[in-house]
Design a protein around this ligand. Sequence first.
Ligand SMILES: O=C(NC/C=C/[C@H]1O[C@@H](n2ccc(=O)cc2)[C@H](O)[C@@H]1O)c1cc([N+](=O)[O-])cc(O)c1O
Ligand SMILES: [Mg+2]
Length: 214
Amino acid sequence: TRSTRPQRMLKAVQKNATKGSPESVISAIDYFCKHSEWAMNVGDEKGSILDSVVTEVNPSTVLELGTYCGYSTVRIARLLSPGTKFITLEFNPANVTVARQIIAHAGLQDKVTVVEGSSGDLIPQMKERFGITTFDFIFLDHWKDRYLPDIKLFEECGLLRKGSVLLADNVICPGAPEYLEYVRNSPRYENRYYPAHLEYTKVEDGLEKSVFLG
Ligand SMILES: O=C(NC/C=C/[C@H]1O[C@@H](n2ccc(=O)cc2)[C@H](O)[C@@H]1O)c1cc([N+](=O)[O-])cc(O)c1O
Ligand SMILES: [Mg+2]
């Protein structure tokens, strides 16, 4: 039967990227998406903004919602200090399999734990299963209608501390209007919008950074 796009992306990484080089894995995926098949990775333009926010925060605990094939997972993991706890949640088991291989090709398998399941089920388990008290940095890039319920879940589970940074992809395209309205109207968040474009296109998109004020 026909392969899937994530499987074809993995093949392109294994063929074109140098083992142990996160930068070459990132480049190989971006090349694949620009010249072979578009895929919903955060991409190079928004990825550079992600890099700058991760570097600025220099987090000790990180959560990513929506591993997909592991592109942003590799972008984040390559920037983390030794000893940082990084967890990424992926709902689709086939994507978990591809992502783990792409992360391993980059040599970053010891930096991040890919957990299979839904954010709604797993976020309340973060403390007991992974010994997390609060997250310093959270990247939201999963189902757009889950951004709002999940930020509320972070608050309810006490997973945010004064200064925790949330960065949300696709707040324009496909869009997360309810999430944007929530963080921008809440006195508990300080927000900044980073204008950019939908990965590998000229379509308008952007990232919203929200700092929890406690
Ligand atoms: O729809 C988008 N992203 C949804 C991502 C979903 C991913 O998150 C996982 N997940 C993990 C945990 C969960 O709880 C739920 C899902 C899913 O199994 C999937 O791997 C999207 C779409 C476009 N687009 O142009 O159309 C562009 C983008 O940058 C996007 O991110
Ligand atoms: Mg996205």
